[in-house]
Design a protein around this ligand. Structure first.
Ligand SMILES: [Zn+2]
Length: 248
């Protein structure tokens, strides 16, 4: 669970719920040809039904399958959804991630943030009315002004709540093995939706593994740890997480 102890909170009250950054991080994107290939491959997969595969292949930003986030299901315009989709597939290099950027629980970072740690969390709604209810979990984050970068639902869907380059408030008071503290500053937080008993679905393991591999292709990652590893005595998540399933 994301920690409610967030120090130096630069909580932005003017962030827009549907903030969409159309400026791609071209530097990151172009640097890895493998990643580009992955996108192209994915783009083609999503255009199997079209006849002009060759043309599509050359377009990194070709509009692909329509993605609607849970909060957008209600009243987002078609235009926004399309723009977002375009952004998703270029920025995510083939991995389907649903943007549902929040306006709280993070601090904007100017420049390029140095990231070398991934923190795995687990979370659920203990307040009744659906323990795995995405919007209820989000409401809890909002209340405490915390958020991970990514949230993985029971069906394996990956949501991006905070952009990787921004500092998300997910770790709280924490320390990595090399004794650096304020882990939020140099980490990416991933929440797995799951209670203290159930463990996680195959789809969730599959998604988190892909997401970790993608992050590793982008940054030089030194640590992949659980929240309890960096805040022992204070945190116990991720509960029942099988680390073997994400190693290969
Ligand atoms: Zn946690």
């Amino acid at each position: 669970m994301v920690s409610v102890f967030f120090s130096g909170c630069g909580f932005s009250s003017n962030g827009q719920k549907t903030e969409i950054d159309l400026k791609l991080d071209q530097k990151k994107f172009i640097s890895t040809k493998k990643n580009v290939d992955n996108i192209q491959k994915k783009t083609v997969e999503n255009h199997k039904s079209t006849s002009n595969k060759a043309k599509v292949l050359k377009k990194e930003t070709a509009p692909v399958t329509k993605i609607v986030t849970s909060r957008q299901k209600t009243k987002k315009t078609k235009t926004v959804a399309k723009t977002e989709t375009k952004n998703l597939f270029t920025a995510d290099r083939g991995l389907k991630i649903k943007n549902d950027l929040v306006s709280w629980g993070y601090q904007k970072y100017n420049g390029t943030r140095k990231i070398d740690t991934i923190i795995i969390h687990s979370t659920y709604n203990p307040l009744g009315g659906g323990q795995y209810d995405f919007s209820k979990i989000l409401a809890i984050y909002k209340k405490y002004k915390v958020s991970p970068h990514y949230l993985i639902e029971r069906d394996g869907a990956i949501y991006r709540l905070v952009k990787e380059n921004n500092i998300a408030y997910h770790a709280g008071i924490s320390r990595v093995p090399d004794n650096r503290t304020n882990v939020n500053n140099f980490s990416i937080g991933i929440e797995m939706i799951g209670n203290k008993i159930d463990g996680y679905t195959k789809a969730q393991y599959n998604s988190v593994k892909k997401l970790i591999n993608q992050i590793k292709s982008e940054y030089k990652i030194k640590y992949i740890l659980g929240h309890k590893d960096i805040a022992p005595g204070r945190k116990t998540d991720p509960w029942n997480f099988d680390w073997k399933k994400i190693k290969k």
